[in-house]
Write a protein that binds this ligand. Structure first.
Ligand SMILES: [Zn+2]
Length: 91
């Protein structure tokens, strides 16, 4: 188990991310870093957020990573790409 020294993202950030990527890029980076490191607290918060969102069966990590792959300076285009991907995952 990797050791995580950074603080966890707040539960509200998980819920925003699950509901279509409206969490800030910083929040998403913290969440993904913790999940990839196997952080049990963040895994539990993600599970709770997905349950609260009610659509965890169709939620995809792809949406998160496609968002991370883009530079923050792309701004609007990033949001449009995120939205298009979300609609593809959630027809
Ligand atoms: Zn964590």
């Amino acid at each position: 188990m990797a050791t995580i020294s950074n603080s966890h993202a707040r539960p509200a950030a998980f819920r925003r991310m699950v509901r279509g990527g409206s969490a800030s890029p910083g929040e998403v980076q913290v969440i993904v870093r913790h999940l990839l490191a196997g952080c049990e607290t963040c895994q539990r918060r993600m599970a709770e957020a997905r349950d609260a969102g009610g659509d965890h069966a169709t939620w995809s990590y792809d949406a998160v990573f496609s968002r991370l792959a883009r530079r923050p300076s792309e701004g609007e285009r990033q949001e449009r790409t995120m939205t298009a991907h979300y609609e593809h995952v959630h027809p």
